[in-house]
Design a protein around this ligand. Structure first.
Ligand SMILES: [Zn+2]
Length: 418
């Protein structure tokens, strides 16, 4: 199984210049190739094959207009062509319904917030005896090794984010290691009122450190909107917004890691609703705001399940999870979103909308969970406002015994390569 490990790197001024050059060249190669394909398409000509693009790249390096492409590692440029191929493949697969639909590949801009280049094994990059990252035509870059790599990685991606920070991201082949078996299973409903609702009745909100980061981001954005266009203060405010964005993304990832690790450790099987399907039931706005976070979270659940010998189920079929009574299975018809608690007309059970949905997700995946969590005890129906305060918050995982999993903690980005 392939996992990704990210580390902060600190290039010197000269190395930053070399990296900027490499980012620029990779972008130009990507855009040139995209233009070739788009021109062919609008002329009604067949799709230009990758081999042909590669040949054109080699030829263009001999022209005066593109001679400077020779100043960066040729592997970086070839990988940029691969990225374009991936973008096209995803786009075509979306059209064929193999994955969620997405837009056609777009031209990259030097103003893009995230710049990245990739070195494969044949680029001749390496980790030096002095624990530096040697990149061809860049130099030996300092790395903050926040933990050790389990194996020698085959590729490294160097990233500059919107906040101006640099990262090295390695792909490492990792052997799965099963955790001790447990009987527990859980269904998860990813909701709008809470981040997630579990079939055992737990309602999980974003932790305080994430809410605080989001609040700071919002404030930074408001400050920016008040600054006069073109002013120095506006430029400074824009950097503050970018930093706040980066910190919010880090905090969110940290929360996703903590929660997914906890769920995988505590349960033998985990079920969630497929987001493409779930999206059908929601409005555009809610979708855009939440889908990115949810898909990152479910991707973590999927790879951690594979890594630690747990079952992960995605409910593919559209199940009206909020309409079916989890106690007797009778479909009670659609409920407006403001209805948080309802009484089943068939069996009389008083049901919490979200927990009921989470139980139905678990049941649709064939998991054995107790249905009592959905029942609202008479006289204990909490008011909506107080609800958020009275339910348990996700706790950071502190047990050190599962070294494999605790290795996935920390602020590092670890995810499955696609
Ligand atoms: Zn019922």
């Amino acid at each position: 199984m392939q996992l990704r490990y990210s580390f902060r790197v600190y290039p010197s001024a000269g190395q930053r210049t070399a990296l900027a050059r490499a980012f620029g060249c990779a972008r130009v190669v990507f855009n040139d190739a995209l233009r070739v394909r788009e021109t062919a398409r609008s002329a009604g000509l067949p799709f230009v094959a990758s081999g042909e693009l590669s040949k054109r790249l080699t030829a263009s390096k001999k022209t005066p207009e593109r001679a400077w492409l020779g100043e960066v590692s040729s592997v970086v440029l070839q990988q940029s062509l691969r990225d374009l191929d991936t973008a096209y493949r995803n786009f075509f697969d979306g059209l064929k319904g193999k994955r969620p639909r997405m837009g056609a590949p777009r031209f990259k801009s030097r103003k893009d917030t995230r710049q990245a280049i990739r070195f494969t094994a044949n680029a001749g990059w390496k980790i030096t005896a002095g624990r530096k990252l040697r990149l061809p035509k860049v130099g030996d870059v300092s790395v903050k090794w926040s933990r050790s790599l389990p194996h020698v990685p085959s590729t490294v991606t160097v990233i500059k984010d919107s906040a101006g920070r640099y990262f090295a991201s390695f792909v490492v082949e990792t052997e799965p290691e099963a955790l001790p078996a447990t009987d527990a299973a859980v269904g998860i409903d990813l909701g709008l009122t809470h981040f997630a609702i579990l079939s055992d009745g737990t309602k999980i909100d974003s932790p305080r450190f994430l809410r605080r980061a989001e609040k700071k981001l919002k404030k930074a954005q408001q400050d920016l909107s008040r600054k006069a266009k073109g002013s120095n203060n506006r430029a400074k405010a824009r950097i503050r917004v970018a930093r706040a964005h980066a910190r919010t993304a880090d905090a969110r990832r940290e929360f996703h890691h903590q929660l997914s690790t906890r769920l995988i450790r505590e349960n033998q099987a985990v079920a969630v609703e497929d987001l493409a399907v779930k999206g059908l039931a929601r409005t555009r706005l809610a979708k855009s705001v939440h889908d990115a976070g949810w898909s990152a979270f479910t991707a973590m659940l999927a790879y951690k399940a594979a890594l630690y010998g747990r079952a992960f189920h995605r409910i593919k079929r559209f199940e009206p999870t909020s309409q079916v009574c989890s106690a007797c299975g009778v479909k009670d018809g659609p409920k407006p979103l403001h209805v948080r608690v309802w009484t089943c007309r068939a069996c009389g059970t008083v049901l919490d909308r979200d927990i009921n949905a989470a139980i139905n997700v678990a049941k649709a995946a064939g998991l054995a969970v107790t249905a009592c969590g959905a029942r609202v005890r008479p006289g204990l129906i909490p008011a909506q406002r107080e609800e958020t305060g009275t339910h348990p918050k996700p706790q950071p995982v502190t047990t050190g015994r599962q070294t494999g999993i605790s290795a996935l903690q920390g602020g590092e980005d670890v995810k499955v390569c696609r």
